[in-house]
Design a protein around this ligand. Structure first.
Ligand SMILES: Nc1ncnc2c1ncn2[C@@H]1O[C@H](COP(=O)(O)OP(=O)(O)OP(=O)(O)O)[C@@H](O)[C@H]1O
Length: 467
């Protein structure tokens, strides 16, 4: 740390502080992320993953890694400083002035290029949100915070990965299914929606309402002035079945929106993306350097995984084991419990015949124009989860939420106004897009997912019982 002088503390995350520093020899500014190292050896390895992963991500739209070292029980990751701040701050600065479409397309194209790059390396980010996407002073997007990219074992870390940011969490996570590349696509859909509207797609005044909206894919349609391709893309990214969501490869190469996006990508990024189509290989030397710095040579033992060398530390245990699933509960119990939640009432959904996003271009409305009964999403979040979250409402448990004790808005989202913001939004504007609920398989998309997901709801339950 002697090589750097402290400029200021720029923030505190759930794992430690973020410092703005200056390199004494070059005078360049960097961010040092300090992470408290746990005593437990296996947890120690988990903490080091962020550094190892970041060191391997070399892309114009990913925060550049400089070095990592350990000092005084702290892991320090030195990385590029993004002076434009994070995208959430940028969105808030707009107040009510919408971004111009070119900015939205340019930023979104860059974040897709970055996310595609990591997916090509079989890495899932798992915490994509506007707060983890940064801007440089020249307006370039940089994807950051790889702290959740691998499963972290502490209950706090686990909750951070899945529940700390429930506004961006895909329906399959609430359904206790493994996280996969399409779950990152859902989260990026939330960021795209925020850029398009300055609001979050799934505003809610309670956990229950939020989860129901997410599981039903119910969000207010995008404004009609936005290009049809964007409206169509958002619809696709919010398909409740992950198999029906396009992969980032599809979005950038053969989706209706691809041409628009690619015209907004700098040539350099397109070249990187083209190279990314060939199976990427980890840079072993770079990994060894970081592992050496971190004093943990075992981190760089590699294993081959579908042609891509992955550090063992980056993978979950490959031990085969039973995948934990929800016990099937009678869904009418859930329905009874939620009887008062107006959002889930079939009447309020079906009776809303307002046009949906993109409806001017031929997509369907929520109403059943032809009188035929369409297939509905018949999954509900499990009772145990909803009961548990009922308890959680009064706890300030997560870094990205304000949970007001006894307040009218127990769950205040990242883009909610401190006062007077009806987080639930005007009810009639929320519509279920029945079309999204129809199965559609994209054979060109290859899915990959966590190999051995842990039962995060058990972890969460434990965490809540501790309070
Ligand atoms: N490379 C960076 N350049 C500029 N600002 C950064 C950079 N990395 C982090 N920050 C800022 O530092 C602050 C702390 O970031 P950090 O990632 O440590 O935690 P967090 O995202 O606030 O919380 P959590 O870790 O719980 O998600 C945030 O305000 C973030 O915007």
């Amino acid at each position: 740390m002697e090589r750097y002088s402290l400029h200021k503390v720029i923030g505190e995350g759930s794992f430690g502080r973020a410092l703005l520093v200056r390199c004494k020899s070059t005078q360049e500014k960097y961010v040092v992320k300090e992470i408290q190292l746990p005593k437990n050896k296996s947890k120690l390895e988990n903490s080091r993953r962020e550094a190892v992963l970041l060191s391997r991500m070399k892309h114009p739209n990913i925060v550049a890694f400089r070095e990592a070292f350990e000092a005084d029980d702290l892991l320090c990751i030195v990385m590029e400083y993004c002076s434009g701040g994070d995208l959430l701050q940028r969105i808030r600065q707009q107040k009510t002035t919408q971004f111009c479409v070119d900015d939205v397309l340019r930023w979104f194209a860059q974040m897709c290029a970055a996310a595609k790059y990591i997916h090509d390396k079989r890495v899932l980010h798992r915490d994509l949100k506007s707060k983890n996407i940064f801007l440089t002073d020249n307006g370039t997007i940089k994807l950051g915070d790889f702290g959740s990219a691998c499963v972290l074992n502490s209950s706090k870390a686990y909750a951070h990965a899945y529940v700390g940011t429930p506004y961006y969490v895909a329906p399959e996570i609430w359904d206790n299914k493994p996280y996969n590349n399409k779950s990152d696509v859902w989260s990026l859909g939330c960021v795209l929606y925020e850029l398009c509207t300055l609001r979050h797609p799934f505003q809610a005044s309670s956990w229950k309402s939020l989860i129901l909206k997410v599981c039903r894919g119910a969000y207010p349609p995008l404004p009609n002035y936005l290009p049809y391709e964007l409206q169509y893309l958002v619809k696709q990214m919010f398909k409740t079945n992950p198999k029906d969501r396009p992969s980032l490869h599809t979005i950038l190469t053969c989706h209706r929106v691809s041409k628009l996006l690619r015209t907004h990508l700098p040539c350099q990024a397109i070249e990187t993306e083209e190279r990314g189509r060939r199976p990427g290989r980890w840079n072993r030397e770079e990994g060894m350097k970081v592992a050496d710095l971190l004093g943990e040579k075992s981190l760089i033992k590699t294993s081959t995984f579908e042609g891509v060398e992955l550090p063992e530390a980056c993978c979950e245990s490959r031990e085969p084991g039973p995948r934990k699933q929800w016990a099937t509960e009678p869904s009418d119990t859930v329905m009874q419990m939620l009887a008062n939640a107006s959002l889930i009432s079939n009447d309020s959904m079906a009776s809303d015949s307002r046009p949906l996003a993109g409806s001017t271009h031929g997509s369907v409305s929520a109403g059943q124009k032809d009188g035929r009964q369409r297939r509905r999403w018949d999954k509900d979040p499990p009772e145990r989860l909803l009961n548990m979250l009922e308890k959680a409402q009064l706890q300030r448990a997560f870094s990205t939420f304000l949970i007001n004790k006894g307040g009218d808005d127990p769950l205040v989202g990242p883009l909610s106004q401190p006062q007077g913001d009806n987080t639930d939004g005007p009810e009639p504007e929320v519509a279920v897009d029945e079309d999204r609920l129809q199965p559609r398989s994209d054979d060109e998309d290859t899915d990959f997912e966590e190999e051995h997901p842990s039962d995060w709801i058990d972890e969460l339950d434990k965490m809540f019982s501790e309070h």
